[in-house]
Design a protein around this ligand. Sequence first.
Ligand code: SF4
Ligand code: SF4
Length: 453
Amino acid sequence: MKKRLDEVSPSMCLAKWLQVSMHLTNGLTQSCYHPPTHKIDLEELEKNPKALHNTSQKKTERKMMREGLRPKGCEYCWKIEDAPGEHMSDRHYRSGEPWARGAFEEVVGHPYDYDVNPRYVEVNFNQSCNLACAYCSPHLSTTWEKEIQKFGEYPTLIPHNSIEALEKQGLMPIKHKKDNPYLKAFWQYWPELYKDLKVFRMTGGEPLLDPNTYKVLDYIKDHPRDDLELAITSNMCAHDDLFDKFLSSMKDIVGKKKLKRFMLFPSVDTWGEQAAYIRYGMDWEKFWGNVNRYLDEVEDGLITFIVTMNLLSVPQLKRFMEGVVELQKRHNKHFHRVFFDVPFLRYPAWLSLQNLDDRYYHYLEETIEYMKAHPETNDNYLGFRDFWIAKMERVLSWTKEGVGNEEELHKRKVDFYRFFSEYDYRRNVNFLEVFPEFKDYWQECEELSLKHG
Ligand code: SF4
Ligand code: SF4
């Protein structure tokens, strides 16, 4: 793919044409997900629903790429390519993905400003969410929004989760949600968009709370596609009626093989009551019960847990891995059905793993030892693949890199204390009762906060 891209230009990238995140709550878009989001023009959209993806800004950037110029928003890739030595960036990897490769000829055979149908689409229909996870925000969750409306922003060093600040950044959902022009354009575009789609991901808010999710599922039931991959991220704690409705759709779609593949991504960051503290509003028993129900009732259904690794994930992480093995024993019969990914949390900084010191590394080391003691076996599909273990080792080495700046670390600890003492007060929970392992850490953070005044 690198050679083929170079023949077009040294900055050509298929992801600018073929991959899109559509934020239909606030009318923002980006291609791919590294460049900052920008606003979709309502006048353009009125005339042409394809402007949901093919904005004037993207067309200008596509022209630059065809001419060998570098759009500024793609800094993520340029930095990698300019580092000493020979490096491939996401530009090469993304363009080489199966969903992009097949459309190479189409893209280069058309003028830069034609309206292309994207192949990889990620969409969030709305911000309705029944949870208010510690690292989330009012523009993504209605539960968070209601709390901030009632109590105001959090009293961290820089006030956190201010609705006013999010409004200034254009991130809050548009006011007239019932008459959302971006959503209207999406459904106008959908039949045309659907025929070329290769990967479609629904995120939120909580997708299972949104009628548009079921509208997509109903459409797929009636228009099967054996070359389409679908994915939904879910907190798995929707009301039982909705979860039943979701299961019934998935039994039809997955059971009758109406897609190439469906992946359910349950979000969870550790085990039990510590997981429920981080993901406020989560009912742990319901979560784990729904994971089992999905795997029991949807024949050949697959799940990938998204474990957003933050410093509160570590004490119960080994227990979570034991839970993964319990699920494998119950549900993996002829192939692997249970997977997980461990992206690091970077924001808000006070929850970063890098704030931890050597008193806490043993939790991650014990998790890795447990995984190594349960390697993948080919006869019964149990245990952990080598690259899962390697990923967890990367998490540990990244954690050990630390913050590298004492002043910054102190600020993060002050914010940790200020955020969670307010969180406890507003939500009637108790950090130290749930996380006794962090008693010393909490005291240090409290002292630093007092010193800051
Ligand atoms: S050049 Fe890099 S940042 Fe820009 S669209 Fe391609 S993959 Fe994304
Ligand atoms: S479940 Fe997702 S959208 Fe809801 S609060 Fe948690 S992170 Fe945010």
